[in-house]
Design a protein around this ligand. Sequence first.
Ligand SMILES: Nc1nc2c(c(=O)[nH]1)N[C@H]1C(S)=C(S)[C@@H](COP(=O)(O)OP(=O)(O)OC[C@H]3O[C@@H](n4cnc5c(=O)[nH]c(N)nc54)[C@H](O)[C@@H]3O)O[C@H]1N2
Ligand SMILES: Nc1nc2c(c(=O)[nH]1)N[C@H]1C(S)=C(S)[C@@H](COP(=O)(O)OP(=O)(O)OC[C@H]3O[C@@H](n4cnc5c(=O)[nH]c(N)nc54)[C@H](O)[C@@H]3O)O[C@H]1N2
Ligand SMILES: [Mo]
Length: 767
Amino acid sequence: MKTLTMTHWSVQEVEMRDGRGVGLRPFAADPDPSRIGLDALSPEVARLRVRRPAVRESWLRHGPGAATDRRGEEAFVEISWDRAEALVAAEIARVRAAHGNEAIFGGSYGWSSAGRFHHAQSQVHRFLNAAGGYVRHMDSYSLGAARVLMPHIVAPMEELFALHTSWDVLAEHTKLMVTFGGVPAKNSQVQPGGTAEHRVRDGLRRMRANGARFVNVTPTADDLDTGGPDEWIPIRPNTDTAMLLALAYTLYSENLHDPRFLDRCCVGFEKFASYLTGATDGIPKDPRWAAAIAGVPAEQIASLAREMAAARTMLNISWSLQRAHHGEQPFWALTALACMLGQVGLPGGGFGVGYGAYNLMGSPHMRLNAAALPQGVNPVKAFIPVARIADMFLNPGGGFEYNGGHYVYPDIRMVYWAGGNPFHHHQDLNRFRLAWRKPDTIVVNEQFWTRSAKMADIVLPATTSLERNDIGTGTREKYIVAMKSVSPPVGEARDDYAIFAAIARRLGVADAYTEGLDADGWLRRLWAETAGRAARAGIALPEFDIFWEAGLVELPPNPEPVVMFAGLRADPAAHPLKTPSGKIEIFSERIASFGYDDCPGHPAWFEPAEWLGGTGAGQYPLHLLSDQPADKLHSQLDHSRYSMATKVKGRQPVTISPEDAAARGIGDGDIVRVFNDRGACLAAARVSGRIRQGVARLSTGAWFDPSAGDSLRPLEKHGNPNAVTLDMGASKLSQGCVAQTCLVQIERFEGIPPPVTAHETAHFVPE
Ligand SMILES: Nc1nc2c(c(=O)[nH]1)N[C@H]1C(S)=C(S)[C@@H](COP(=O)(O)OP(=O)(O)OC[C@H]3O[C@@H](n4cnc5c(=O)[nH]c(N)nc54)[C@H](O)[C@@H]3O)O[C@H]1N2
Ligand SMILES: Nc1nc2c(c(=O)[nH]1)N[C@H]1C(S)=C(S)[C@@H](COP(=O)(O)OP(=O)(O)OC[C@H]3O[C@@H](n4cnc5c(=O)[nH]c(N)nc54)[C@H](O)[C@@H]3O)O[C@H]1N2
Ligand SMILES: [Mo]
């Protein structure tokens, strides 16, 4: 039996020599395995590991709060585990006694690694709960706006993921797929918890082979590959809502909508219709109106609406569209449009909210809710919407609106992070750098010397999933994998569980944290719980030892074809949704009752804070999209060979159109400066005819690498888009992240560019 491991992006086969893992290979049973992370065991990757506990010099000498403006600039002192445990425990005790648990932020957002038990984010939350609680975060960077909106109008996003009509049904029935933001196979490499069988590429090809036609509405055509030519509508970024409204207008004005479906399965269409026709505001949302906003010809919009009504049509939307100012609106407008077409619940018709975003959407497999580490109870009530972190630090005691409530930002003195990289994931990192100076103490458990580790006061070295045993599976995946420890820990790295257990012991809360179990005991407990849940779903799982010996368990496919909302369509009274009306809410009385000026009771067009049709486009005439990297998961393994090979002259490529390149005297491969009032970064130009003029694309993931010194806007040297992105809430409803709402200018960089220093370890000094 082969030794296997599981990552968020693939199952991998471990090449063993003398009982040790020496290399990784793609999983033979995966039809389209990802190549991400196959060099995770290489010396280049190990080079940046955190090897010993380390403390920032000023903090060690002068204590909490010392020279917080020197975070990221100062050297570290390496210390023993014994001392590190004592320092962290004493600091938690001090902050609790002086300020209460409301002063500890354990928001700790981030993907961590696969594995049901060693998941770092769950570990730190459980630990902080055992220690009396912490300020938490709501929602995600992935789905800030949609996660808050969709439960009001349809269903929670996590439920929708698992309901997506499966690829086999799409291949059989769909005649037209209209997708906003593509179906990016590069993104479907990944899903949280693990991906065992990559099926998106094949799903799209099977649809095409069976005669489906694809229309891709996107500023960047690279996000759809069906194996043949697709129709590309190069829309202006952040204007999809206007186009969706005009498609809806056309259906309505030409009587192509389905009043019976709207009446049986939806509420509030009349109010939406009054907005479409302009009865409420004097502006008909017709194709001519939308054309001026979205830069798509009016006739093309009108004929697409007619074609959608004439064929079995699946609508799809990428999550990136809601990672924008007013990001709720395109998701709501797409839902309304699908309901007007009346094909929701029919095989191959209706809508998807993220085919391609993860591998999960479109899976034919059963939903098995595998057990994960329980996080305990958090006595602290304070929270923030996840992307409002800089606002929280900068504005303690200030108020904010969120999902119908009014809340107050807590006053944070201590931050504990495990399994995330905020200096990768947050927007406007120059602003975030200032906010990050506010807390007295920042503790980070990390595997690598990321920017976030370098910006901490105390860094504790964590193991990787190749150095510990775990259970791996993603939602509706084909396999559960025994993730075996194949390598001894690098340096003095410990499992997050061991790190937290030791600190919990010093705080006198070890029992609450460990419940008397070691890691192996937890794996057995989680397995037993998973087996119980599986049995209730009609799936028999073997005993733990048999599973462990076998290395994996295969799960059966769903006995029925998966068709989203077939039940609702067949009998809305018998299959009500969890919305207030039990139906799809094209008008939401509840959202209307919140009285938000930036999110009314029905889908509506709002100008984003920054877009090509706005006034800011004079000074900054390019719309910057920062999408997910094809060659890694976020910032993870950015320094691996596979990821480095995608860089140009060591810097992240930024894609621009031939017209924009020529107008600026930029050639393919030139080093350029991407900038606006918030900051600037260097990148390498890649000139492509597959991007709309006026749009630039700089994928995320290059480790943030600001020039040294105390400038408020240091030049970022590596190509991290969050040097320039906008940090504001999508709306009062969700406060979601708006990374895709960002205008910039790009110019050729003259002279010798400063070297990239992102992939250096911290500097160390003796005590
Ligand atoms: N401009 C822009 N910004 C974005 C986005 C965008 O589209 N545009 N997308 C956003 C989205 S959707 C997301 S989800 C976020 C992602 O942001 P993150 O989830 O923060 O990104 P990762 O790089 O996955 O960070 C995970 C970190 O955890 C560490 N880690 C992994 N395993 C372990 C472990 O077992 N223990 C410990 N202690 N540490 C571990 C890794 O080394 C890594 O540093 O980024 C967001 N940022
Ligand atoms: N390889 C890899 N896969 C990943 C990830 C990763 O880091 N690496 N991250 C995972 C995570 S955490 C998430 S949340 C998902 C995210 O999944 P998404 O949010 O869907 O992914 P993006 O790549 O940001 O965007 C998809 C496409 O949308 C287009 N787009 C952007 N703005 C607009 C717009 O205004 N209008 C239109 N019509 N199109 C637009 C972009 O050009 C891009 O090609 O991906 C997941 N998959
Ligand atoms: Mo995400």
